[in-house]
Design a protein around this ligand. Structure first.
Ligand SMILES: [Zn+2]
Length: 137
């Protein structure tokens, strides 16, 4: 390799390194804490991501799980406005938060009652249900 070629190569390398540095500068990520409009989950996200989500969900930030639920609502009834879909899921979450989350034991009892009810409906499945209850414990 001639000296000239070496210099050319070095120049090229410098330019590409400069490019990498510039990219790093422009990709300086600002992290912010976002709170889910529906379930109240707090998550550290980049500002750009928060803005992107808020734009898609009528100015509200929703977590990944809730956004899936909202998307499902929109799919089921496409005439629903995004705002309505978000607030209807928020209502659902509030209901969950005031029952299951506040009183998991009560909710567990309710679930057990549901299982007992179902096993009465079908005698064959009683043994199966009891087995699954035992395995949970
Ligand atoms: Zn959520």
């Amino acid at each position: 390799m001639s000296v000239e070629a070496m210099n050319k190569f070095r120049k090229k390398l410098e330019i590409s390194l400069e490019g990498i540095n510039n990219n790093n500068m422009s990709e300086l990520i600002i992290m912010k804490q976002a709170e889910c409009e529906c379930c109240g989950l707090k998550e550290e996200c980049s500002e750009a991501y928060i803005t992107q989500i808020e734009t898609s969900y009528s100015g509200k930030w929703v977590c990944g799980l809730c956004s899936e639920a909202v998307k499902e609502t929109m799919k089921r009834s496409p005439e629903t406005a995004m705002k309505e879909a978000v607030s209807s899921h928020r209502d659902f979450c509030n209901k969950y938060n005031t029952t299951t989350r506040l009183n998991p034991k009560l909710s567990f009892t309710c679930d057990m009652r549901e299982i007992a009810k179902r096993s009465c409906e079908s005698r064959d499945s009683t043994k199966k249900n009891l087995a699954s209850i035992n395995s949970v414990r």
